[in-house]
Design a protein around this ligand. Structure first.
Ligand SMILES: Cc1cc2nc3c(=O)[nH]c(=O)nc-3n(C[C@H](O)[C@H](O)[C@H](O)COP(=O)(O)OP(=O)(O)OC[C@H]3O[C@@H](n4cnc5c(N)ncnc54)[C@H](O)[C@@H]3O)c2cc1C
Length: 462
């Protein structure tokens, strides 16, 4: 396993997808399956609500807007482009992030319900979360990812399981990290049969914790809701549900007497700023990706992409060190062979010692790598780092196989021609920046200890 992701909400799944589609071996470990997370309770309209800091949020949100707008054009994703209004009873300017929405315009007074004085109309991606989470999970698993339902009791228990761990625990990061800055903002919603609503409607100027919104999702409408700070209750409360329906029906009379289909509750993981950063974790790296408040659906792709880029850099520098160990293995083999004058089976006192892999001793491998890549080494790749930019998946395979012959390590050819070749094919079809990591320490056949690993980073294929 290259990466272990904690959490299968929208942040864990999108992070898992970005890493798995880049060719990494990824496992998601989650206390609850996707359909029982906070994410499933979301509205879920693109918008940067209750989240900071504004500059980073705008960047991540822009990526989210792009990706979700594309998903809206694909069948089966649960995402569509929806139009609607956000209104207020007091004069209000559109939020700073609406600058990213091309179709934004101020409402004409005739478009406002009775009692409202300002509002704006826009179009943005809207996700039907049960469908969208199902799509994300399937896409993650299609990319080779594994999802395990098993709670993580402490971060310490994960040390050494994977070189990279990503914490997408949402509000539960408060105890897991621990991080007292994260706190829940409880949201309750009601799902009713759709009496004919087509546009969304949002009014945020109710008395806290109330907020009124209606998000049509085909045959259903999601009615909200609440913003209840510090409340950890995940059970729907009937008196809240009644009041939500009454507030919405007062604005749109078509909702009076609408058939109630279900109730959902989620705990928005509020934090003054999203925590997206890495820290050392044993021999590896721990990434944090939580605290997305009321905007996790909108930010998840941007944050996932930032993590994938960071992890690529971290694994490739780790690979450089490991490739050093592998090169020492190769040069030890060839010098051992030439010193043996016939027999390869025994080492005389004059022969070099075989290198050890993965331990601290091997971390400064740059010189050994350069000498192994010198004339006579693997001819086609760029020297110095022992990992290369490859123009195509086909050449990756060929190159690895030719290297295999040189270092005499049959494990490599078997790895490449079995499961890893399929990953290469996927990388090619995904046309994405890809990382191929051959696992460390695997033994294929009794006499061939696998060198600790190789990482190849492919540029986006054109
Ligand atoms: C009513 C409501 C409406 C919303 N509307 C919108 C909206 O319109 N637009 C928008 O962008 N956002 C919206 N949000 C916010 C959005 O839903 C959240 O920001 C987002 O779901 C957070 O996702 P997450 O993956 O970080 O957390 P979660 O969905 O809470 O997932 C956390 C995951 O971590 C797992 N986990 C936690 N602790 C552990 C552990 N110890 N071991 C293993 N696994 C663990 C959980 O089981 C879960 O799988 C809304 C939220 C609510 C409640």
């Amino acid at each position: 396993m290259d990466v272990l992701v904690i959490g299968a909400g929208v942040c864990g799944l999108t992070t898992g997808i970005c890493l798995a589609e880049a060719g990494l071996s990824v496992t998601i470990r989650t206390a609850a399956p996707p359909e029982r997370t906070t994410s499933v309770a979301a509205g879920a309209l693109w918008g940067l609500v209750r989240v900071g800091p504004p500059d980073r949020v705008l960047d991540w949100g822009r990526t989210g807007l792009e990706v979700m707008s594309k998903l809206a054009a694909e069948p089966g994703t649960g995402v569509r482009m929806a139009s609607g209004r956000e209104v207020s009873r007091t004069p209000m300017e559109p939020h700073y992030w609406t600058e990213l929405l091309p179709g934004l315009r101020l409402c004409d007074p005739s478009e406002l319900p009775d009692g409202f004085t300002s509002g704006w109309h826009y179009t943005a991606p809207l996700a039907t979360m049960p469908v969208y989470l199902g799509y994300l999970r399937a896409r993650f698993e299609q990319a080779g990812g594994r999802l395990e339902v098993a709670p993580v009791r402490s971060l310490a228990e994960l040390a050494g399981l994977a070189p990279v761990v990503v914490n997408c625990a949402g509000v539960y990061a408060r105890d897991l990290v621990p991080d007292p800055e994260v706190r829940p903002v409880r949201g309750q919603v009601v799902i009713v049969a759709n009496p004919g609503l087509e546009e969304f409607f949002i009014n945020k100027d109710e008395e806290p914790p109330w907020i009124t919104y209606m998000f049509p999702h085909g045959e259903e409408v999601l009615l909200g809701g609440t913003n209840d700070e510090g409340n950890w209750d995940t059970e729907p409360q009937p008196f809240i549900a009644e009041r939500i329906v009454a507030h919405c029906a007062a604005i749109d009379p078509r909702l009076r007497g609408a058939t109630i289909l279900g109730h959902r509750v989620g705990l928005r993981p509020y934090r003054p700023e999203v925590r997206l950063e890495s820290e050392p974790f044993g021999d590896g790296v721990l990434w944090h990706n939580y605290g997305h408040g009321g905007a996790g659906i909108s930010l998840s792709w941007g944050c996932a992409a930032a993590i994938a880029a960071g992890v690529a850099g971290q694994l490739s520098s780790r690979a450089t060190r490991r490739a050093g160990a592998m090169a020492r293995y190769a040069s030890w083999q060839s010098s051992a062979i030439s010193a043996q004058s016939g027999s390869r089976s025994s080492r005389t006192p004059t022969q070099p010692r075989p290198p050890t892999y993965g331990g601290r001793k091997n971390r400064s491998g740059a010189d050994a790598v350069s000498s192994a890549c010198a004339p006579g080494g693997a001819a086609h790749h760029r020297c110095g780092n022992c990992w290369s930019w490859w123009p195509s998946a086909h050449r990756v395979t060929k190159e690895l196989l030719s290297r295999t012959n040189q270092v005499g390590a049959p494990w490599l050819s078997r790895s490449v021609t079995s499961g890893r070749a399929r990953q290469i094919a996927r990388i090619r079809s995904a046309r994405s920046a890809a990382i191929l990591s051959l696992r460390s320490g695997r033994r294929v056949g009794g006499h061939h200890p696998a060198p600790p690993g190789v990482v190849i980073v492919c540029p986006p294929l054109s």
